[in-house]
Design a binder for this molecule. Structure first.
Ligand SMILES: CC(C)(COP(=O)(O)OP(=O)(O)OC[C@H]1O[C@@H](n2cnc3c(N)ncnc32)[C@H](O)[C@@H]1OP(=O)(O)O)[C@@H](O)C(=O)NCCC(=O)NCCS
Length: 163
């Protein structure tokens, strides 16, 4: 397995992994965001892909630069926006290798910290972050209130969190 910066030839595989990570998000929007990484304007600063010996992409990690991040002392901060390994390839160190590549990239670009998050009930992500040296800095509950007539309509905006 190798980890490398993503290239235009990975677009379809990357979009597929994004759909698997965020099944409730609009697939067209996910693909558009991925295309924008190459064509601009990019929202992401760096994307890494893990490739099996067969050449098949089996994992990815996306990093943005956020102007603020909870618990961080510096700004901007490299922020892990997406981290995914195909189910059949998990627990073999691929997630760890992707995170190490992101950390190396951040260090090489002069950053002293890297930040990330996980939904509160994603115990696997929580354990993986802790195992890789991340420290929990905050827990949050996100709220939404509909300001249009009726108020009780189904949410129009969905979170971008893995199941
Ligand atoms: C989180 C994820 C990327 C980890 O990828 P991975 O390739 O399985 O991770 P690794 O094999 O490198 O594991 C690194 C360490 O994390 C911990 N870990 C990973 N999966 C774990 C699990 N299911 N249970 C407990 N600890 C786990 C272990 O300490 C592991 O080290 P070890 O295997 O030497 O004990 C992967 O589980 C995944 O894609 N999950 C679904 C998407 C997701 O939740 N992404 C995170 C969004 S915040």
């Amino acid at each position: 397995m190798t980890v490398r910066l993503i290239g235009p030839g990975d677009l379809d595989a990357w979009s597929g992994m994004r759909r698997a990570l965020w099944p409730d998000a609009d697939p067209d929007e996910l693909a558009q965001e991925a295309r924008a990484y190459f064509d601009g304007p990019p929202a992401l600063a760096a994307v890494f892909v893990a490739e099996a010996r067969s050449g098949e992409p089996v994992g990815m990690l996306e990093v943005s630069l956020r102007s603020v991040a909870e618990g961080c002392r510096s700004a901007p901060v490299p922020y892990v926006e997406g981290w995914y390994v195909a189910p059949e390839a998990r627990r073999r160190g691929i997630g760890r290798a992707l995170m190490a590549a992101a950390e190396d990239w951040a260090r090489a670009h002069g950053f002293a910290e890297i930040a990330s998050d996980a939904v509160i009930d994603n115990r696997v992500s929580e354990r993986a972050h802790l195992a890789l040296g991340f420290v929990e800095v905050e827990r949050a509950i996100h709220f939404r209130k509909d300001l249009q007539a009726g108020g009780g309509a189904a949410p129009a905006v969905r979170g971008r969190e893995p199941r």
